[in-house]
Design a protein around this ligand. Structure first.
Ligand SMILES: [Ca+2]
Ligand SMILES: [Ca+2]
Length: 313
């Protein structure tokens, strides 16, 4: 499409005409094809959409947070025992499948969040647990509110976490009195390939001496956290030497806490070695043909965090 100027009256700064817009200032007159402007507009709209989508996506995934506060118990009319199927997301190990749900009542303990909370044991010593989908999580923050039921001492609760198919691991004992709700926070790592996380709450002791009378629980929150993989941190600790190398290449990541993999690629991009590594490894590179190779460090989720190269003489 050709672009052509149209005559425009003076003192009219912006004139739409047919398929063109003419902009005028004191010295210049500029003509723009409406079609080109429309294409620009569509591109800008697309860019804005991508930006907004990315922003929302990042907020959803990275800051993803789940709350389990016993607010959606089915048909709750009073404090009492409810079948676990009436308490969404929650399960009990009790043989009668009962969960003791409390709600705000005058002169009784009030929920720390919303209107409802639970006592850990209904009529027998058991545990309450939730299973959370942690696919693609690196780690999570677990927080919960705990309170003793009675004055005159402390209730103690133990919390266990882990893959539901494995033996759960204790992350601590939590001790509270009845003067207020106490909020506890823990960071929990997710194992590679772990898709579900079970979080289990068990009564250890109560002021009453009866395990079925004590240990109030409310406001359980789970927030997805990112691992602290920063390029700068990795760069300072990821060393490959000697360079050039003849026989043995040392890969040193100086990090015993995390599991990594290294991939070595030749100049054609073919992976010639793929190996898990923690802290330090010696790679026998003598069989490799002479040339330049790249070494990529991947974290436990398979994400490349650093790449360097070496020359095999
Ligand atoms: Ca609640
Ligand atoms: Ca009870």
């Amino acid at each position: 499409m050709s672009t052509q100027c149209f005559e425009i009256p003076n003192k009219v700064p912006l004139t739409p005409k047919k398929d063109r817009i003419v902009l005028e200032n004191e010295k210049n007159i500029s003509c723009f094809s409406l079609e080109a402007i429309f294409e620009e507009y569509k591109l800008l709209k697309m860019k804005i959409l991508i930006f907004l989508t990315c922003t929302v996506f990042c907020q959803t995934i990275i800051g993803q947070s789940f709350k389990f506060g016993f607010e959606d118990v089915y048909d709750l009319k009073d404090i009492g025992f409810k079948f676990e199927e009436d308490v969404p997301n929650w399960h009990t190990t009790a043989s009668d499948q009962m969960i003791e749900v409390w709600m705000n009542k005058p002169n009784l303990t009030q929920a720390s969040e919303g209107e409802c909370f639970v006592e850990l044991n209904a009529s027998e010593n058991a545990a309450l647990f939730i299973d959370v989908d942690v696919k693609d999580f690196d780690k999570l923050r677990l927080s919960f509110d705990h309170r003793a039921r009675l004055f005159g001492g402390e209730d103690i609760m133990e919390v266990f976490v882990g893959d539901p198919s494995a033996i759960l691991e204790s992350i601590g004992l939590y001790t509270s009195d009845n003067f207020q709700w106490y909020t506890f926070e823990e960071e929990v790592s997710i194992l590679p390939n772990q898709t579900m996380m079970r979080i289990r709450f068990e009564a250890i002791s109560t002021v009453s001496g009866d395990p079925t009378v004590g240990n109030f629980l409310d406001n359980i929150q789970i927030t997805r956290l990112e691992n602290d993989f920063s390029t700068n941190e990795i760069a300072s600790s990821f060393n490959v030497y000697p360079n050039p190398v003849v026989d043995f290449l040392t890969v040193d990541i100086s990090d015993e806490k995390q599991k990594y993999r290294i991939q070595i690629q030749n100049e054609e991009g073919k992976i010639v070695l793929n190996k898990s590594i923690s802290d330090r490894a010696e790679i026998h590179v003598e069989p490799f043909p002479s040339g330049v190779y790249s070494v990529t460090l991947l974290n436990a989720k398979g994400k490349a965090v650093e790449t360097t190269s070496f020359f095999r003489i």
